[in-house]
Design a protein around this ligand. Structure first.
Ligand code: LLP
Length: 416
């Protein structure tokens, strides 16, 4: 299942990607429902019998169909904006399983979350505590809160996605956390319910995650001694997936390792994975428009671009590119950069790949289920791609391609 060749044709579950291109056009994201369910299952199995919640990190892929699959599995959701809150509720997610993270929550967003009845607001500063208390007071509510504590642990990942170091804008400093908790517990409009941390994304080995868990555990013990009891401990997400030839440790190793340093704790354990649920459950389907050869380089100019998939341009991220029709043995290959039509030199999806490709051929950019469509833009006035979800032999459109009129539907030319 997932994405594999069947009789030389790359398929999503049982559906040939060529059929999807014919029905829905390109560029097009294709997600496998089976893969999402299997990935989520890895977490539920590792947490079986525990008081635990897997709160899917919505920013990784916020399509309503993806959220609905996870809501049906009983997932909670980690959100970072009012927009994500709306999406989760629209997809049938349970507000009581929502954690609201992020360094810059506005008053409106806080009010929206409190009205919806979320599980917890993860606070990231003393100022935010005051703001949440004020908004809660105004609404006549008591806001459930946790602090996102920065454990000062190096996640050993790309600097752009490392968040747990002292220098990071995220979380409250470890050394100040206890004082903030004491302050919070004396404010009537808030109710301390938990503690959280998230040290970074794409971690391949569990060491830093376990170190962070140990630091959070030590803090939870201190809080307990100070009479501050918590209902949950949220260790964040960040579990790596394979893009190329990495071998990230199995989820169970992260979880077992963390549980090992949280002995005897009764609080609900929360994790907020994003990439590990959807990353390898999606691909970006694109068509070769031109084959361009120069003395210095060969290019496959495709109809997807950095506005569709920003990761290569932003992080130098590596995504495998596979031909949708398996290359015949002996087919003439060349080394190509796979580039889009956008007017930027950073507009590449892959570099120096050996492929046999011709104009009109379809390519699949692999591992494009996470931080792909959700980071897309309309740069160069390019409508956003369509999204399709496959379940077994059934392929459904889960977001239609944007029209060009939609690009400027919100704009107005003033009559001066
Ligand atoms: N929890 C919090 C508080 C987060 O900030 C994040 C991701 C997650 C959970 C989920 O992390 P994951 O399990 O997906 O690694 N755009 C980047 C990744 C940015 C991650 C931001 N925070 C990329 O494309 O690699």
């Amino acid at each position: 299942m997932d994405f594999a060749y069947r009789n030389g044709a790359l398929c999503a579950d049982l559906v040939p990607l060529a059929d999807i291109a014919r029905r829905f056009g390109t560029p097009c994201y294709v997600y496998s429902r089976t893969a999402i369910e299997r990935n989520y299952g890895e977490f539920s199995r590792a947490l079986a019998g525990r008081n635990a919640l897997v709160a899917y990190s919505v920013k990784a892929n916020s399509n309503l169909a993806v959220l609905a699959v996870l809501a049906l599995l009983g997932a909670g959701f980690d959100i970072v904006s009012g927009g994500e809150l709306s999406r989760v509720l629209a997809a049938g997610g349970d507000a009581r399983k929502i954690l609201f993270s992020g360094v810059g929550k506005t008053e409106d967003e806080i009010a929206g979350a409190l009205r919806a009845g979320v599980l917890c607001l993860n606070l990231e500063s003393a100022d935010e505590l005051q703001r949440v208390a004020t908004v809660a007071g105004r609404l006549g509510k008591r806001a459930p809160i946790a602090f996102r504590v920065n454990p000062d642990v190096d996640a050993k990942t790309h600097p752009y996605i490392s968040t747990g170091l002292k220098q990071s804008k995220f979380g409250v400093p470890y050394a100040e956390a206890e004082r903030l908790y004491r302050d919070a517990s004396s404010i009537e409009q808030v109710k301390v319910v938990g503690i959280g941390c998230h040290i970074g994304s794409l971690m391949s080995s569990p060491g830093p995650f376990i170190d962070a868990a140990a630091r959070i555990h030590a803090l939870a013990e201190r809080l307990q001694r100070a009479g501050i009891n918590l209902s949950h401990i949220d260790l964040g997400g960040g579990f790596g997936v394979r893009y190329r030839d990495e071998t990230p440790a199995p989820i169970a190793e992260f979880i077992d390792g963390a549980l090992g340093v949280l002995p005897g704790r009764k609080e609900m354990l929360i994790l907020d994975p994003g990439r590990s649920i959807v990353g390898n459950a999606g691909i970006l389907l694109t068509r070769v428009e031109y084959v361009k050869r120069t003395d210095a380089k060969n290019f496959l100019v495709v109809d997807a671009a950095m506005n569709d998939l920003l990761r290569p341009a932003l992080y130098g991220a590596w995504h495998e590119v596979r031909p949708v029709r398996e290359a015949e043995s002996g087919a003439a290959t060349a080394v190509y950069d796979v580039v889009g039509p956008v007017c930027e030199s950073a507009d590449f999806l892959a570099r120096d790949r050996t492929l046999a490709a011709h104009p009109g051929d379809l390519l699949a950019v692999m591992s494009a289920g996470a931080y792909a469509m959700s980071m897309s833009s309309n740069y160069n006035s390019r409508p956003r791609a369509a999204e399709v979800m496959v379940s077994g032999a059934d392929a459904r459109l889960v977001r239609r391609r944007e029209s060009t009129e939609e690009l400027y539907a919100a704009e107005e030319v003033p009559t001066w």
